[in-house]
Design a protein around this ligand. Structure first.
Ligand code: NI
Length: 136
């Protein structure tokens, strides 16, 4: 069974998406969006029972109300897994904060979700690895 949905997307983001899927050879947007959703879900289905290390990269506009404070506060809430963070002022308004984390994947994932769902955050990228993957 297939369900039709309507989605609101900023014009320039959709333009980039269209160019990207054309290069990739998708027949239409629906097919590309289905693939993107599958990727999105498989990323979230990573085995979260173990421990490891990782980074959470947060792009945000520091003019957005309360976001800077939130980024600091949330790291205090998760002080048992946050090792350190580094802040880059990328442009007049855009900031990048890279948070280095170590510990339980589920806890790392919870922290990333807490940040992702905060209003005013532009983009969050999480990279995690188990010790077996990095202790060679
Ligand atoms: Ni900044």
């Amino acid at each position: 069974m297939v369900e039709r949905i309507g989605v609101s997307i900023p014009k320039n983001l959709l333009g980039k998406f269209d160019m990207f899927i054309k290069k990739k050879g998708y027949a239409n947007r629906s097919e590309a969006i289905r693939d993107a959703i599958r990727d999105f879900l498989s990323e979230s289905e990573i085995d979260l029972t173990g421990d490891g290390i990782g980074t959470i990269s947060v792009f945000y506009d520091h003019h957005a109300h309360h976001v800077s404070n939130f980024i600091t506060e949330v790291q205090h809430d998760f002080e048992n897994i946050v090792l350190n963070s580094i802040h880059f002022h990328l442009s007049h308004h855009l900031c990048l904060e890279i948070i280095v984390v170590k510990g339980n994947f589920r806890r790392i994932s919870t922290l990333a979700s807490r940040i992702k769902t905060k209003k005013g955050i532009n983009h969050v990228k999480i990279q995690i690895a188990g010790y077996a993957q990095v202790d060679i």
